[in-house]
Design a protein around this ligand. Structure first.
Ligand code: PMP
Length: 442
């Protein structure tokens, strides 16, 4: 060995001795030197204190509400009307299977490598073209692909918000937005959004707090289903221009209307270029694609791309290629027409079931699109009591409190009406009615 390594015999012997002292080799006389079997130390070591190593998490009451929802889905045949999911039975699986087979036949899988962070360029072109037909006036350079609009919200938070910054949110608003803004320790200002948007209060906020962003869902708001009228959109944009307010417009449900087409988006109407628009295929097609988009000025897109690179390099190449094929084969509009018809039937079905089984304790307004009934309880019934009773009867919903940045919503709740066929929806509403009657008479 000494000759092989080009060292002296003494050096080699000394090296063996050192290894033996450390227990790494053992010498058997007349046989040779062997690598010692390493046995794990027997004494017990204290467990790694993982949670002490974590960075602090923002403390919101939402996490506890969400834990309650999860715990409430304890009955095995429970019907969860909580999640905002399209019906899996309506996913266009056959189309995607066919497109996948075509992709793999053409590419042999070799095109499934990395792509630019901003997204698969042909998809950005196709998407920009589609959005242009909806008045957006966007280009592929202004359109970036993200892993669901939730990631868009995260990028906005990361790029624009510092601890203590003010963000205006509607009240109620999307739970996931409250949570992600809270990760930056931003301060949330609530703007009532159930009726006409109070633009005077908004202006007051703008002057007093100089907020960084206003996060809004003008079309089929989640959770309350409200559609902002065209005139109100114009007035909001005027105010935004006057105060240089950045608006984040989140629109996952705009194409899921069950009557008249909703007004143009804020982004399409925006005269001063201060709107960042978010969209997603999650509700129109299926959430597992994890594909959404952000439309913003190119400088903003470039900064988002820089941040996104750290998170995931780019969103799924496979999903993006399949979506490109899906869009260029002109399949999306047919699918949308199909789900609109189906979801409209379910909305009307659930509305009459709610009237029949949940009156007089629960009221709602009929949503003109989107996925949800936003319901108000009366007769002194509070949502948390109902949530526990509903868990026992085997149905769940999202308690109203989850949608408020401040303490509100204790007599409100959200029900999703699209995820199940009518027989299961009926059973869910009957169970909700039963729980309501039990709480009302307790
Ligand atoms: N914004 C709103 C208003 C939503 O309702 C949702 C989904 N619940 C999202 C964003 C996130 O959607 P995704 O990340 O699946 O695109």
């Amino acid at each position: 060995l000494a000759a092989l390594l080009g060292v002296s015999r003494t050096t080699a012997i000394n090296a063996y001795r050192r290894l033996e002292e450390q227990g790494l080799v053992s010498t058997r006389v007349g046989s040779g030197t062997y690598v010692a079997e390493l046995t794990p130390p027997v004494q017990s070591v204290p467990a790694v204190p993982w949670s002490q190593l974590f960075t602090p998490t923002p403390n919101t009451q939402l996490s506890s509400i969400l834990r309650e929802i999860i715990a409430s889905v304890s009955v095995t045949d429970s019907i969860p009307l909580a999640a905002g999911m399209p019906d899996p039975a309506l996913y266009p699986v056959n189309d995607f299977n066919r497109l996948f087979s075509l992709q793999s036949a053409h590419t042999g899988g070799c095109d499934l490598g990395h792509i630019p962070t901003e997204g698969y360029l042909p998809l950005r072109h196709a998407l920009a073209a589609r959005l242009t037909t909806k008045g957006y006036g966007t280009t592929p350079e202004n359109t970036m692909i993200v892993s669901g609009s939730q990631q868009g919200l995260y990028l906005i938070t990361k790029v624009f918000l510092e601890p203590g910054d003010y963000v205006i949110v509607e009240s109620p608003t999307y739970l996931g937005a409250i949570q992600v803004f809270s990760t930056a320790n931003a301060r949330l200002l609530s703007l009532p959004s159930s009726g006409r948007l109070p633009l005077d209060l908004l202006e007051d906020y703008l002057i007093r707090y100089r907020p960084k962003l206003f996060y809004i869902m003008p079309t089929f708001q989640n959770p309350n289903g409200r559609v902002m009228p065209l005139e109100e959109r114009r007035r909001l944009l005027q105010l935004a221009a006057k105060h240089r307010l950045i608006i984040v417009e989140d629109d996952p449900y705009g194409e899921l209307y069950y009557g008249e087409q909703p007004p143009l988006s804020l982004k399409a109407l925006d005269p001063y270029g201060g709107v960042i628009a978010l969209g997603t295929f999650s509700k129109m097609l299926f959430p597992g694609l994890r594909t959404g988009w952000v439309v913003a000025p190119e400088t903003v897109i470039n900064r988002f791309a820089l941040e996104k690179q750290y998170i995931d390099l780019h969103s799924s190449n496979l999903s993006q290629r399949l979506l490109y094929d899906y869009l260029t084969a002109d399949l999306l509009d047919d699918h949308l027409a199909f789900v609109r018809t189906e979801y409209k039937k379910r909305r009307d079905f659930v509305a009459s079931a709610l009237r029949r089984y949940c009156s007089p304790y629960l009221t709602f307004t009929l949503p003109a699109g989107g996925f949800y009934f936003w319901c108000t309880l009366s007769h002194g019934i509070f949502t948390r009591q109902l949530l526990h009773e509903a868990a026992k009867t085997g149905v769940s919903f999202v308690p109203g409190e989850a949608f408020y940045a401040d303490a509100a919503g204790s007599q409100e709740l959200r029900i999703c009406f699209v995820t199940y066929p009518e027989d299961q929806l009926l059973e869910g509403i009957k169970r909700l009615g039963k729980a309501l009657h039990t709480v009302a008479n307790s």
